[in-house]
Write a protein that binds this ligand. Structure first.
Ligand code: TAP
Length: 459
């Protein structure tokens, strides 16, 4: 194949990846998006294998074969709830490969006497971003999997140490450009490996999804740096797409959770998370109701909004909710689902679960689209959600949630919240909504309560 055909295939693959990302921006088009990215990847692999630089296929096919067996095995077995740690460990592979490519390229170019300053800076950057991604992702995996304590591990002077190590890495990369020495490259790699640990250790387990998204972005930049090293335009473009989309996703998540984006990048994010505000303050009274009461109110409504949250995922209530949705639809009641961008514990968590239960996308609304409708809603049914409906985010400046956009459920005529106890949600703060006159709690496991509500609806 001549160079023009390679360039054309790489260009088509890049365009397909862009369509893939575009498709993934909505659950409706996500399948098509995935398919488009898969074709792009198949083209990219085909073109790379056909490249004249490939002299032997043995090791390449060995790698592909082993990866295929492990990848397919893991993909079939993996539970939805374990997806964040799978993504984290996959990012660690990207980071490790960037480090290995950098060191390998250094050694081969050194042997041929072809090292130059530009290449050396690329190798230093590829190695340092890759190494931070590698160890950072391993810690993220360990915390999500529960093999490393999910508590933030902090010590005095941690940020200064991180700053010092970061500066040292960049100074050494500059030095490497003028005084090539494999020991310097290895030193940069070792410091970056340590920095990856130090950046992610202070972050609490529940904050990990934001960090995983940030590491996803880092892995993209590492791949892009590797692309420069290998002179591979497709890798440069693909890495930049992953790097920028991961950074944008992290930014959106930070905004939706009212966190500082800069703190996440600098590894200080977890320190501000959580709290035990719920444990303090006077004991207040809440109203509670039974599933029969909820069924009665739902039957006598014309407009209902269901808000799913992390508790729906814990109890796997989505199929029971689908039955409830169908039963209410059958009674000609207008039912919609309201999705907060950080409901659950990973981006798109609720969308995926509702899609798994075959709830049609047309009935699922994003926060900005549904917030204007709560004032005209008869009943809001909250299924295992808490922080995302807490009005303290709007009214209480001392709340860690203050500033986080919420679903305006409090504006509805009646709100029912299904949860098991008075325990707080992820942010660890009491929910002001529970004490509103129009709010009633329904205590119990989300799945069980939803099933009982369906059973109590008049047929
Ligand atoms: P949370 O605020 O964590 O509240 C979940 C609620 O579900 C809790 O009040 C819990 O109360 C209830 N629950 C748990 N298991 C249940 C079960 N089996 N049956 C019934 N209820 C159950 O969840 P949310 O409202 O979805 O908000 C998400 C939070 O996670 C936000 O603070 C967000 O910032 C944070 N976060 C989100 C992400 C992403 S990307 N989505 C990532 C990291 C952190 P009981 O224990 O009393 O039942």
């Amino acid at each position: 194949m001549n160079d023009n055909i390679f360039a054309l295939i790489y260009l088509i693959a890049t365009i397909l990846f862009i369509f893939g990302l575009k498709g993934l921006s909505s659950p409706k088009s996500a399948l098509k998006g995935n398919f488009s990215a898969m074709i792009g990847m198949a083209l990219a692999i085909f073109a790379t294998l056909a490249s004249p630089e490939v002299h032997s296929y043995f090791w390449i096919f060995m790698g592909i074969g082993i990866g295929l067996v492990i990848g397919v095995g893991v993909a079939i077995k993996i539970q939805m709830t374990a997806m964040p740690q799978l993504v984290a460990i996959l990012h660690s592979f990207v980071g490790l490969s960037a480090v290995l490519v950098s060191i390998g390229t250094y050694l081969s170019h050194e042997a041929r006497g072809e090292l130059n300053s530009v290449l050396l800076v690329e190798l230093g950057l590829g190695s340092l971003i890759g190494a931070v991604t590698f160890t950072g992702s391993i810690i993220a995996f360990g915390k999500l999997q529960g093999t490393i304590t999910s508590n933030p591990l902090v010590f005095k002077g941690q940020h200064y140490l991180n700053l010092l190590l970061g500066l040292l890495m960049f100074v050494l990369t500059g030095y490497l450009a003028f005084a090539p020495n494999v020991v310097i490259l290895l030193a940069i790699t070792l410091i970056a490996l340590l920095l990856g640990f130090l950046l992610v250790l202070p972050i609490g387990g529940a904050d990990m999804p934001v960090v995983v998204s940030m590491l996803n972005s880092y892995s993209g930049w590492a791949a892009s740096a590797t692309g420069f090293t290998l002179g591979n335009n497709l890798l440069i473009a693909t890495g930049a797409l992953v790097g920028s989309s991961g950074a944008i996703l992290s930014f959106i998540m930070c905004q939706a959770m009212n966190r500082s984006f800069i703190s996440v990048i600098l590894g200080g994010f977890g320190a501000e998370a959580g709290g035990d505000a719920a444990a303090s303050g006077p004991v207040k009274n809440v109203k509670s109701a039974s599933s029969e009461d909820v069924a009665y109110m739902l039957e006598n409504s014309s407009k209902v909004v269901i808000i799913p949250g992390y508790g729906m995922a814990v109890s796997q209530a989505q199929h029971a909710i689908k039955e409830l949705f169908e039963a209410l639809n059958h009674k000609k009641i207008d039912v919609k689902f309201a999705i907060h961008p950080v409901a659950g514990r990973m981006p798109g968590h609720m969308n995926v679960l509702l899609a798994e239960a075959d709830i049609p996308y047309d009935f699922v609304a994003e926060m900005e689209d549904i917030n204007g409708e709560f004032a005209s809603t008869d009943v809001v049914l909250v299924v295992g959600a808490n922080d995302i409906i807490n009005p303290a985010a709007k009214t209480d400046k001392s709340s860690p949630l203050y500033g986080m956009p919420i679903l305006d459920a409090y504006k509805a005529k009646q709100i029912f919240v299904i949860k098991r106890s008075m325990k707080p949600g992820y942010a660890g703060v009491d929910n002001a909504l529970f004490y509103y006159d129009n709010c009633t709690l329904v205590f119990g496991d989300a799945k069980g309560v939803c099933e009982k509500i369906v059973g109590s609806l008049e047929s």
